[in-house]
Write a protein that binds this ligand. Sequence first.
Ligand code: NDP
Length: 259
Amino acid sequence: MAGFNVRSILVTGANRGIGLELVKQLLEKSNPPEWVFATCRDPEGERAQQLKNLVSRHPNVVIIALDATDPASIKAAAARVEEHLKGSGLNLLINNAGIARKNTLESETLEGMSLVYTTNVIGPLLVSQAFLPLLKKAAQGSNQKGLSCSKAAIVNMSSGAGSIQNVFIWHVGQAIAYRCSKAALNMLTKCQSLGYGGDGILSVAVHPGWVQTDMGNTATFTAPLTVDASVRGILNVLQTLSEKDNGAFVSWEGKVVPW
Ligand code: NDP
């Protein structure tokens, strides 16, 4: 991962699952980022314990409160990150936080659709808006040509479940709100690539695979991919992305996923 020279990274939903593993593996790198902003809903609560353990060993991790459904919390998080960065920009924003509900075409509700959309689509939109000035600052302060995750990037954690062509693991569950939200997140990613590419910011949607997390496992089935393998793959892919990948939907293995 030598080509992955990121000075500052922010990960949402970093207290468990893929988000927590992203933070862990970033810290294990031979050239770890100077700042890793690990955000979660409740930094004081029990669910943040693993993150707190990391902070005691890694002074470059900063835990920041961020609820992706709460615009005030998002703005407050951006202000805190700006304070820490002391005039420099944020290189990489990973919109990882997400929720899924098991509802079917018959059982899906207004409340379910709204909550999943608010978290999985509106959250990444508002978080990206709030951190845009810091991402632009990183791009402006960089002497790298083109686009890359080391310079300035938005990575939206999508899902093959939102691929209209693949309709990944339909046999396991319909999860209507979740599928629709990830298809919408893909469109948001495309829009961000068009809107922010000129500012030197790369935008991509990433499918992490079917991963052994609270979300990926079911009561009766263990997902095929370990969190470790998924995140190793994702970080390997991120370091290879360039201008030609702006607005793409890629998997943890670096394959293009059809919309
Ligand atoms: P988990 O359920 O294990 O973790 C979800 C994370 O998102 C938790 O940290 C959770 O925090 C956080 N979160 C949920 N709602 C909010 C919110 N409103 N504000 C801030 N944080 C929130 O999921 P995974 O780690 O498996 O998933 C991570 C991402 O990867 C998601 O976007 C998911 O859709 C995507 N993905 C996962 C797949 C899988 O197989 N696991 C497959 C395809 C995509 P809290 O502890 O507070 O609830």
